[in-house]
Design a protein around this ligand. Sequence first.
Ligand SMILES: CC(C)(COP(=O)(O)OP(=O)(O)OC[C@H]1O[C@@H](n2cnc3c(N)ncnc32)[C@H](O)[C@@H]1OP(=O)(O)O)[C@@H](O)C(=O)NCCC(=O)NCCS
Length: 157
Amino acid sequence: MPDMLVNLLDIPPLEPELERMKNLQVTIRRALTPDKLQILEWVGRHSGPDTVGEADACFSRIPVSLFLATREKQIIGYACYNATAPDFFGPTRVMDAEQSKGIGRALLIRSLHAMRDEGYIYAIIGGVGPAEFYRVSVGAMMIEHSHPGIYRDYLGN
Ligand SMILES: CC(C)(COP(=O)(O)OP(=O)(O)OC[C@H]1O[C@@H](n2cnc3c(N)ncnc32)[C@H](O)[C@@H]1OP(=O)(O)O)[C@@H](O)C(=O)NCCC(=O)NCCS
């Protein structure tokens, strides 16, 4: 999978995303360390065991570099940054029944704003899945010759 580049000086504003989420009774917020085990269990169940390693790395940092989408205290999605490498966004996941409602986009934009606030000017989407999601949501551009990237030495699949 190739990587993509996002110009953080040009990302969409956050407030309209959070407003849209409020209308869906969805809260986007940074994960709390006391919830770590519950979150990692959810990540393992929805994204697979290997992804737990990446999500776990987010809890090695304060503030935690993982955002959650929740409804009535139930996790419905998450997004990580600085999990696989510095300046990398991902992994991310919205549960199947909640997809195509803008939740993945809100998690992405929330995370990219956090990265910009931390001083990054560009962000890298590492080993992208659905490139179109990143292109339409935040204008991400494919990085030529970026495959194989950081996952070239990955022992998993
Ligand atoms: C990718 C994912 C996080 C997107 O979350 P989502 O909540 O379903 O996406 P959104 O509703 O926020 O979509 C935002 C935009 O991206 C588009 N989009 C979303 N998923 C897409 C896909 N797989 N292919 C093409 N476009 C896609 C939507 O059509 C929407 O476009 P619009 O703004 O023009 O309407 C979610 O589908 C998911 O968890 N997939 C499985 C895990 C995965 O692939 N993670 C990414 C690894 S890099």
